[in-house]
Every structure is written in C-alpha cells, then in structure tokens.
Design a protein around this ligand. Sequence first.
Ligand SMILES: *Cc1c(COP(=O)(O)O)cnc(C)c1O
Length: 421
Amino acid sequence: MTLDELRQTAAILDRDDPLAQYRDHFHIPRRRDGRAVTYLCGHSLGLPPRAAAASVHRELQAWAELGVEGHFQSARPWVSFHELFTPHLAQLVGAEAHEVVAMNTLTVNLHLMLTSFYRPTSVRRKILVGHAAFPSDRYAIAAQIALRGWQPEDTLLVAQPRPGEATLRTEDVVDLIDRHAHELHLVLMDGVNYYTGEFLDIATITAAAHRHGILAGFDLAHAAGNVPLALHAWGVDFAVWCHYKYLNGGPGCVAGCFVHERHGLARDPLPRLAGWWGHEKSSRFAMGPDFVPIPGAEGWQLSNPPLFSLAALLPSLELFSEIGMVKLRAKSEQLTGLLDRAFRALLPEAVNILTPPEPARRGCQLSVRLTHNAKSIFHALLAAGVICDWREPDVIRLAPVPLYNRFADVVRCVEVLTCAQ
Ligand SMILES: *Cc1c(COP(=O)(O)O)cnc(C)c1O
C-alpha cells in the first residue's frame, strides 16, 4: 500500500459509508483557522451530539416553568427520567431491562458493586485483575480489600502477558483462574483495556470463573458503545461503565451499571449501600424507615439523579439504538483495520502496535508505541490538529469512532505521522 492507494481506498469507503450522515449529528471541534480537527480521542471524551443542548434546555425550561412540579408534571417527568434509559442500555450491553440502570459515576458504581459482591471468606478472598487495570479501579479494589481488614498486596492476583507480549491471552487467564480457584473470590477485569485496547473474551473468562464458583465482574468503560456485548447471555455477575467515552454523554456524565437477574431478582436481596432512590417505587414517598429495594439493578440507586447530565446523554443513546451495534461494529472494524494496515505498510519502523491485530480481540482503539522521538511526534500530531492522547513512556492511543469519524481521518493521521518522521 502506498499513501496514494490509502487515499483512494479511504475515498471509496467514505463514499459508500452507510453511516456517513451521522457525523453531522455531532459538533466537531475546530482549530484556530476554522478547520475541523481530526478527532481520534473518543476513547477519552466523546464529542457532543448536536441534540444534547436542546435536550438539556428542555429540562431547564421545565424547571423554570414548573419548579418542583417538574418531578411529576414535566413532559419527561424527572421522577422516572432514568427509566427512559432502560431500553437503550439493555440493547447496548445485551441485558434484560431489569438488569441495567444509569446512576452515579463509574468509580462510585464500582464501589457499590464491590460492596455487594465482594464478600470473601478468609480462604477464598483473592481478586483477579488485569495487568493494565485503570488506576481508579485499582484504588477502589484496594480500598475495598482494606475495608475488610486485609492487605491489598496479598489479596490481589494480577494476570500478566507472556514475556515479550503486550496483551493477555485468554487461555492464560483461564489457566490462572484454574490454578488459583481455591483462593479466588472474584474476577474483576476490563472488557476493553484502556491502555492496550485489547478486548477480553468476557464469555470464556466468566465461564471459567463460574466453573469454580467464582464471581465475574467487568469494567466496560472502554467497551460500552465500542464493541457488541451480551452480558445476560454470557452470565456476567455485574458490570459498570461510564457514558462519556464512546457514549458521548459529556464530562463527568452519569454512568451505567448491570446486575445479572440471578442476583438482582434473588429472593434474599444482596446487602448493599442503600439510598432512597433504590427503594420500592410504590412506597418511596411514604418515607418509612425500612429499606425495601426495587428488584433488579435499579435497587442499587442511591440518590435522585443529576437530571441535566441524564438529559445531555439521552440523544446519544438514541442514536446508538437507532443504528445498532452491529452496523457500528462493521464500520469500526473497517476503520481500525485500515489504520492498522496503513501503519504496517507505510510506517513499519516508526510504529509498533500494542493492540492485538485480530478484529475480534480489539475495539476501535489502536495503542501505538512510537519507536523514535515519541514526544515530539505526538506534539506534531496535535499541532496538525490530529487529536489523540499520550501515555507514558512512548504510547499514543488513537480511536477512529464509527459514529463520527471518517476514513479520511485515518488518512490524515497517517499523513501527519509520515511527515513527522
Ligand atoms: C475512564 C475510566 C474510569 C474513570 O472513572 P470515573 O469514575 O468515571 O472518573 C475508571 N475506570 C476505567 C477502566 C476507565 O476507563
């Protein structure tokens, strides 16, 4: 492949792209000279849907016109506003309606889930995590271990790639679970890892854990809205994710949570950190002292939710439901596949791709080690309006997102990288 051939291929793919029109549903940031940037940073903060402002404005207006009556009288009553998310989230992560809820933020939801699901015995108390777990997750897990009176150092088990490899092999994770089954209580891994972009085999890892009576939870911060998920069918016990990365809900947006019905609808409700919004809806406003949880994931809610954040998120989730993950994934594989092929053909010396090459083992992100002058090349990308991010010591992460990126964005990134060498 030459640079010219890349340009021609991309032009044809853009021309024939059935999702091309969706780019116009988003605001694309502009450079000082007015040209749109090449935004490859949807893994960190998705772009705003044009419809988000109107959705927030509607509720500001309802507040101005109705005051407290907005809880029940608004066209989208606030008291049940979070229920508008149920069908979208169920479709997005492959769940039953009563297994999902939009609430809190990601790390908070992780703590809520660990409080309910991490109830170890002194023998089976270890938690298996991945090699490149996100710091916030590590802090939360270590804090939960410490709260139970143990040392994180001898309670965590960390799955590592083989020497010379950058990502985990499923069979190695399964082998680790088998070997440590007698002391493991919980497997808590990423769906897609933030650093390497690897997409773990959630179904196989969950089945391996369950064979030994070990619970399996997943952080889907980089998986939700990026790869197809079937949490209910895979039997995952619980999962959490945020909505501001691939799901475009805006900075600090309300997060998501999944609790499998075998736990959420269990006759004896799991212990939890309770709050009034998780209380049975019919008697919530009777204001009695005894907590009766709503059956399902909604029973883990604490507070009435930040409404303007939910309002900003809804238009993006409606787009995901309208298009569906199957079509998004098809374009995503093409986009990321083109970037991968172009790097291998045109920049074989300069670029070392950490993310697995098989489409089934990654989402849209490529994590790339720059072999020479990494920092200055990263700055050259930014100066040329190619927005990506930097991870020490020499890695950039690029995410062509099928909802608003074009194949031309892949070309632009490769052109700038070629010139910067
Ligand atoms: C983005 C991300 C977070 C961030 O957590 P917040 O509570 O939303 O600030 C945590 N964990 C993972 C794996 C992430 O990718």
